[in-house]
Design a protein around this ligand. Structure first.
Ligand SMILES: [Zn+2]
Ligand SMILES: [Zn+2]
Length: 445
């Protein structure tokens, strides 16, 4: 009864924010069944998360993680293919007639030294761009692999509650934004059934319990470049006999910010970060070249192009002003804006509000997306309309304590990032499984 009342209230709220949403199914019975199933399965999922957290692997090195995921998917009755796009895993479950549904978890960790103090903190190291580095699951992808296993187990146990085909993927290398593309280039949508729509979720430092749904643009586009300025090396005491690439690179670093401050509409989002400068070895040697690494973030195709073109133009001009040859501009990686399907977002709000109550947070298409990026956008741009859930991971008491001290909560990619596995993993499984059972899907074409 209480659930039904909540459902009516939810529908009324929804009709105010999103007219034309699909009627919400009553997921009460499915939620009761899923909750009981998770009560049984959750301890093993948390153990899996802790194991993965202690054994993080960098992008395209996720051999152990992929092996463990493949094993769990097979145990849940999935047909599994490994090494798709490097270390990617694809699990397929056919369950009668119906749509083909994608669910994705990313698997990679980051070159960061963990400082969380957790009993299961990582001490792992790996080789990153030729250097020995510490490795940490500082973006919560360990919880993602655990929720994917939870989704597989639930969809297997609840086959009578849904029909169709699910394609579960463990994606490599989300952080360098190359893994989704690698899986697509390796035939994800041709060797396997092409999904009609899809789901994914990401844990963050939102309060634990929160399940966030954003209609429309959900994340920013990202583009990374390496720009090498070519000079002519020589003796530090004889600059006239050289072309010094260091002042050229320095000029580029400062001048290129003008693209943001003077060329971009001040009301439009755009970020230009110089993340690395590499040149020279000794005070008395003028080097041959200087390399600058640039990262651009934008939320519209127009600003994306403006930043890309502006950066290249300033780089070429800086070289020309220094009497140097044209710089070598190399595109490293990038991805577009991740756009959530509005029909799916509205349908999920209607279906899941009775389940999560006030913890379900909805942001309309008019709200700004986050400044971070997600290469799940490659699947959307590849023709799979999707819904990407935000999952709260921080104990509200911890957040209140930090706020009282005037300290910010550690964000993803902080060496202190320590989301609570529970309820994050349970909520991600619940949001995705009940969306599938509840028939959340895009508008018919
Ligand atoms: Zn990340
Ligand atoms: Zn991430």
């Amino acid at each position: 009864m209480a659930k039904h009342g909540l459902w009516v209230a939810a529908s009324l709220t929804l009709s105010l924010i999103a007219t034309g949403a699909q009627a919400a199914p009553d997921l009460g019975a499915a939620n009761t069944r899923l909750t009981a199933l998770l009560d049984k399965n959750y301890p093993a999922l948390e153990a899996l998360y802790k194991d993965l957290h202690q054994h993080p692997e960098l992008g395209m090195q996720e051999v152990r993680t992929a092996g463990i995921l493949a094993q769990h998917l097979r145990s849940a009755g999935f047909t599994v293919t490994e090494k798709v796009g490097g270390t990617g895993v694809v699990g397929l479950l056919k369950n009668g007639e119906g749509p083909t549904i994608l669910v994705r978890a990313d698997m990679d960790a980051l070159p960061i030294e963990e400082k969380t103090g957790l009993a299961w903190a990582s001490k792992a190291r790996a080789t990153y761009e030729g250097r020995d580095v510490p490795v940490m699951h500082a973006c919560g992808h360990d919880t993602h692999v655990a929720y994917l296993v939870g989704v597989a187990q639930a969809l297997d146990a609840m086959r009578d509650s849904w029909s169709g085909t699910v394609v579960l993927i463990g994606q490599p290398a989300e952080e360098p934004l190359i893994g989704a593309r690698a899986m697509l280039d390796d035939g994800l949508f041709t060797r396997f059934p092409k999904p009609d729509f899809g789901f994914a979720a990401h844990v963050s430092n939102l309060p634990a319990g929160v399940v966030a749904i954003k209609a429309g643009a959900g994340s920013s586009a990202s583009d990374s470049y390496s720009i090498t300025f070519h000079g002519r090396g020589g003796h530090g005491s004889m600059p006239a006999a050289t072309i010094d690439p260091i002042p050229i690179a320095a000029r580029f670093v400062t001048d290129t910010q003008v693209v943001i401050s003077r060329e971009k509409d001040p009301a439009a989002f755009g970020v230009l970060t110089i993340g690395a400068i590499n040149a020279g070895s000794a005070p008395n040697i003028i080097p041959d070249s200087a390399e600058v690494k640039v990262n651009l973030r934008s939320q519209s195709p127009e600003v994306r192009k403006l930043l890309q073109d502006g950066t290249a133009r300033v780089a070429k001009s800086a070289a020309a002003m220094g009497g140097a040859p044209e710089p070598t501009i190399r595109y490293l990686s990038g991805t577009g804006v991740l756009t959530n399907d509005e029909t799916m977002a509205n349908a999920a709000v209607a279906a899941l509000t009775p389940v999560f109550g006030k913890s379900l947070v909805f942001a309309p298409a008019s709200a700004p997306p986050m400044s971070g990026s997600e290469d799940y956008s490659e699947f959307v741009d590849g023709g799979v309309p999707s819904l990407f859930f935000g999952i709260g991971g921080y104990d509200p008491a911890v957040l209140a304590d930090l706020k009282a001290k005037g300290e910010p909560a550690p964000t993803n990619h902080s060496p202190f990032f320590a989301p609570k596995a529970e309820p994050a993993i349970r909520n991600a499984v619940t949001a995705i499984v009940l969306s599938i059972v509840g028939g959340v899907r895009p508008a018919a074409k």
